[in-house]
Design a protein around this ligand. Structure first.
Ligand SMILES: C[S@@+](CC[C@H](N)C(=O)[O-])C[C@H]1O[C@@H](n2cnc3c(N)ncnc32)[C@H](O)[C@@H]1O
Length: 267
């Protein structure tokens, strides 16, 4: 079965089982949509009237918040089950959104330079080649467009098990290619999904090569000093599971602030 078929099936099942990823936006969150989406101030002060692509973000959260903030929202997701949650919530709140069932590494249904913002929650782990995703996002973003994304960190995906003395075992090779093997420790993995490890050189290097400039990088903290062994927040004390990137699409030559030089991406 292809990675797309396997992951569509896995995410349809997670949607039907009301997994944690199907927590929809609440009234309180919709009253302050930008603050809810973006505690770090990466978004502009207003997104009203902007074209926003919520990529691989079915589930009734990101798309509903952007639409509540006045953006023109398109949601792309592989799973019809996850997209139905967006449609249901949009209807409930009388919001207008466009939903498209597609894979993030083939966005041919979307026109070149048609978005101001692409927002992608953790999901690049479900495709083998992250460069294809970045290439598509670079194509559909307008010049100066913003790309906000979150990814699974490679070290976290390398963890396979926990030793008797509660040390974590890196049982998956860093240069692993192909789908990740099943592991005894299943924290930060989704059951039934086919997942791929992307190395730092791919997560960040491919992003730069696709024509983005990285503006910020944070590691959301999942560590709890009181968490018991076996809990995902115990594991989070030893390695950060996620990285969040703020990147800007630069299509044309531009001056780099603070320098006198002019940088041309293709030079
Ligand atoms: C972690 S969930 C993100 C959604 C959720 N709203 C959130 O805030 O975390 C990952 C999403 O990626 C989607 N997905 C998996 N593989 C995909 C692919 N190849 N193309 C597009 N979406 C994909 C899944 O269907 C799922 O909705």
């Amino acid at each position: 079965m292809s990675y797309r078929d396997q992951n569509r099936r896995a995410w349809d099942r997670l949607a039907a089982d009301n997994s944690q990823f199907t927590r929809v936006a609440t009234d309180e969150e919709c009253a302050q949509p930008l603050l809810t989406l973006d505690s770090r101030g990466w978004l502009p002060a207003s997104v009203r009237g902007l074209d926003v692509l919520c990529l691989a973000s079915g589930g009734g959260w990101q798309a509903i918040l952007y639409a509540s903030a006045g953006a023109h929202v398109t949601v792309v997701d592989l799973s019809p089950g996850m997209l139905r949650l967006d449609e249901r919530e949009a209807e409930k709140r009388r919001l207008s959104i466009r939903t498209i069932e597609a894979s993030m590494d083939d966005l041919h249904e979307l026109s070149d330079e048609s978005f101001d913002i692409v927002h992608q929650p953790v999901s690049t782990c479900y495709v083998p080649r992250i460069a294809e995703v970045y290439r598509e996002i670079a194509r559909v973003l307008r010049n100066d467009g913003l790309y906000i994304s979150q990814h699974k960190q490679p070290t976290s995906l390398q963890i396979s098990d926990r030793h008797q003395s509660n040390e974590y075992i890196l049982g998956v090779e860093y240069y692993q290619s192909g789908p990740l093997p099943p592991t005894a420790d299943t924290s930060y993995r989704e059951s039934g999904a086919s997942e791929y490890l992307h190395r730092w050189e791919q997560l960040v290097g491919e992003l730069c090569r696709a024509g983005f400039v990285l503006e910020d990088l944070v590691e959301p903290c999942r560590a709890d000093p009181k968490a018991r062994p076996g809990h995902y927040r115990h594991r989070g004390r030893f390695t950060a599971p996620y990285v969040r990137l703020k990147a800007r699409r630069i299509c044309e030559s531009r001056s780099i602030p603070g320098t006198t030089g002019v940088w041309t991406p293709d030079a």
